[in-house]
Design a protein around this ligand. Structure first.
Ligand SMILES: NC(=O)c1ccc[n+]([C@@H]2O[C@H](COP(=O)([O-])OP(=O)(O)OC[C@H]3O[C@@H](n4cnc5c(N)ncnc54)[C@H](O)[C@@H]3O)[C@@H](O)[C@H]2O)c1
Length: 286
């Protein structure tokens, strides 16, 4: 008789888990209370500025107890933490690292758990973009974008996910995709960025299926064009074009993602996993 392929050993326990009792629903609370994050601990990558910082502010404003910002930029990261502490009275720590460095990321997540006791929420906002015509894209430059945006998101989710699984308290992981993960932005050439964001959205869906059994919800927010330092360099050349292609006629402000991030992070979003929420001023309706 032919040997049973080894893969079955990995798959059968997973299928067993899928047929187990459903994950319990949270106790009923008032609708506004269900958005509160009292006692929760969050990690935000790329939170030194831009969308990551705005989402960090939104979470802190809902009662978060502690926050860790993971970013490459020390000055901005330190001042982001000082601002969060002074505005919201939250304990905030900055970790300087590159999300591509899996050892540094795991060390930082371990240190967050030692310092704060646990990780409840992870927001993966660290990301880069560049505009290069495909025929001129050097493989090294192309790989860099995929490495930071896609592989970096996986590295961070895996490192935080291990602690969420070990803590057995569930969690919420919010990936930052982009409308570019579903459509091709125009007129600028950004094949690596678009491909990386399509990957982020599908990574999110894959992890949402695998980790539902651990009560870890995985979702993504996919912004349209937002007014952040990521885009400042393109202001004179592209902002007019982007606005004219957006039904709302403007770029989004960073704080306009915070409500969705809070919903996904909190019990208000307790049955939401595997979803991608587009916030793009209507861009992708056309
Ligand atoms: N701004 C937009 O229009 C827009 C639209 C859709 C999606 N996004 C996505 O939102 C996320 C945040 O973008 P933003 O506009 O706030 O950009 P931003 O440049 O203002 O902020 C990004 C942050 O990530 C950090 N970072 C970059 N590479 C890193 C690395 N390797 N390791 C650790 N930290 C790193 C930067 O230091 C910076 O603080 C990105 O993933 C981006 O792709 C932005």
């Amino acid at each position: 008789m032919a040997a049973v392929p080894q893969v079955a050993e990995a798959v059968i326990p997973f299928l067993d888990v899928c047929s187990q009792a459903p994950v319990a629903a949270p106790a009923k609370r008032s609708i506004l209370d269900s958005f509160r994050l009292d006692g929760k601990i969050a990690v935000v990558t790329g939170g030194a500025r831009g969308l990551g910082f705005s989402m960090a502010e939104g979470l802190c404003g809902a009662g978060l107890s502690g926050i860790a910002i993971l970013d490459l930029q020390t000055d901005l990261g330190d001042s982001a933490c000082e601002q969060l502490s002074s505005e919201f009275g939250v304990k905030a720590h900055f970790y300087r690292l590159d999300v591509r460095d899996e050892v540094a990321v795991q060390d930082a997540m371990d240190s967050v758990v030692r310092e704060f006791g646990k990780i409840d929420i992870l927001v993966c906002s660290a990301g880069v973009a560049d505009l290069v015509h495909a025929e001129d894209y050097s493989p090294a430059k192309f790989r860099r974008v995929i490495d930071i945006n896609l592989n970096g998101s996986f590295v961070c989710a895996q490192a935080a996910g291990k602690h969420m699984i070990a803590g057995a308290n569930g969690g919420s992981i919010i990936f930052i995709g982009s409308m570019s993960g579903s459509i091709v932005n125009w007129p600028q050439p950004q094949s690596a960025y678009n491909a990386s964001k399509a990957g982020v959205i599908h990574l999110m869906k894959s992890l949402s299926a695998e980790w539902a059994q651990h009560r870890i919800r995985c979702n993504s927010i996919s912004p349209g064009y937002m007014d952040t330092p990521l885009n400042t360099a393109y202001e004179s050349a592209l902002f007019g074009e982007w606005k004219s292609r957006t039904p709302m006629g403007r770029l989004g402000q960073p704080q306009e993602l915070a409500g969705a991030a809070l919903w996904l992070a909190s019990d208000a979003g307790s049955f939401c996993t595997g979803s991608d929420i587009r916030i793009d001023g209507g861009y992708t309706t056309l």
